[in-house]
Write a protein that binds this ligand. Structure first.
Ligand code: PLP
Length: 368
């Protein structure tokens, strides 16, 4: 049996006619950037997240960069985040003028460990960027309490957490700015690149709208120097169609995660993902830990099963950040996880039979 890691073709098959009809209208109108679909998607996504405002952007990376710039980040300012994230989190911090300061993660949830934050705060610290990794919210209450105590802002990297919940509240509905990515493989994915920021603050939303459009408040009147970070109409139209299915898709992912957990819970040598109290994850990824990870991945591939590594090298050990001067041992939890993590197939259209096959194969491989 073949089990792909992700099957976007299966997701698009039933939606194709609807998306093509909207794209045909856009082609006829020749309104490719901004326009009614972008505005409507912003309203619909804000409503889905319980946010007052959503600003649609060209990517999640732009969304995080603009959220940080909107907070007035300046050269020399420090931002606390985690080393076990996609590089875009740290690229956005650097490109907004800041310096990333890493804090190690909680070994159970793989998210920022609130108990380790205060030791990393200096007089230059301006904010905290927790990442809701794999679709599970970071522990926002203690993170925000520390931020309040030290006069810091929090910007949530929710690239992987569309409609995840923390204490019964949707991610994006708190007072923090939250950044979302709609890269095609995300739970809500565009048919190209897109992202968004949610906020409860109309002034910040207006500032991010200016930042995405060369700092214009109206055409050719530039209040500030901005960027080209606009969302295009084709992406917004596809996202509107897909957003209507997102809750159902997330429900299916939860059922798949439950099935994986039931099937694998007896297996020795496999550490299963933990759901933190008060969190409703959306299982963007289903990530286990195993010894001899690379050999297990290879053996799965030989049985027709694709898997992924998120992420094999923590950011402080990447060549790109060698200038930080942080070697092995700086963040032991993140480093240990990076060598053991393995992401199993996870997408709404996955079948029970495929999950059972992955679990039986895994149990057999780790027993050998
Ligand atoms: C945690 C995290 N942050 C930021 C991003 C950046 O999003 P994008 O690829 O849409 O620029 C991603 C996307 O892969 C991500 O996974």
């Amino acid at each position: 049996m073949n089990v792909p890691f992700l099957d976007l073709k299966a997701q698009h098959r039933p939606l194709k006619e609807e998306i093509l009809a909207l794209w045909s209208g856009i082609l006829d109108s020749a309104g490719f950037v901004g326009g009614e679909h972008v505005t409507a998607f912003e309203q619909e996504f804000a409503a889905a997240c319980g946010a007052k405002h959503a600003v649609a952007l060209a990517s999640g990376t732009d969304a995080l960069r603009f959220a940080l710039i909107a907070h007035g980040l300046k050269p020399g300012d420090e931002v606390i985040t985690v080393p076990n994230t996609f590089i875009a989190t740290v690229e956005a911090i650097s490109q907004a003028g800041g310096t990333s300061v890493f804090v190690d993660i909680d070994p159970a949830t793989y998210n920022l460990d609130p108990a380790k934050i205060e030791a990393a705060i200096t007089s230059r610290t301006k904010g905290i960027v927790p990442v809701h990794l794999y679709g599970q919210p970071a522990d926002l209450d203690p993170i925000e309490a520390i931020a309040r105590k030290h006069g810091l802002w929090v910007v949530e990297d929710a690239a992987q957490a569309q409609l995840a919940e923390y204490r019964g509240q949707k991610i994006g509905s708190r007072s923090n700015l939250a950044e979302f990515s709609f890269y095609p493989g995300k739970n809500l994915g565009a048919c190209g690149e897109a992202g968004a920021v949610t906020t409860q603050d109309a002034d910040i939303a207006a500032r991010i709208r200016m930042l995405r459009d060369h700092g214009q408040s109206k055409k050719y009147h530039h209040e500030i120097e901005g960027y080209n970070g606009r969302c295009d109409a084709l992406q917004a139209a596809a996202l509107r169609v897909k957003l209507r299915h997102l809750s159902e898709w997330n429900k299916l992912r939860r059922a798949h995660a439950q099935r994986y957990i039931e099937r694998l819970s007896g297996a020795t040598g496999i550490a299963l993902p933990a759901t933190a109290p008060h969190c409703l994850p959306i299982w963007h990824l289903f990530v286990i830990q195993v010894d001899n990870r690379d050999a297990v991945q290879k053996a799965l591939k030989e049985r027709g099963i694709d898997s992924g590594l998120h992420y094999p090298v923590p950011l402080h050990l990447q060549n790109a950040y060698r200038s930080m001067g942080l070697g092995p041992g700086a963040f032991p939890v993140a480093e240990k996880c990076a060598s053991r993590l393995l992401s199993l197939p996870m997408f709404p259209e996955l079948t029970g039979g495929q999950i059972d096959y992955v679990c039986a194969s895994l149990a057999e491989i780790v027993r050998q």
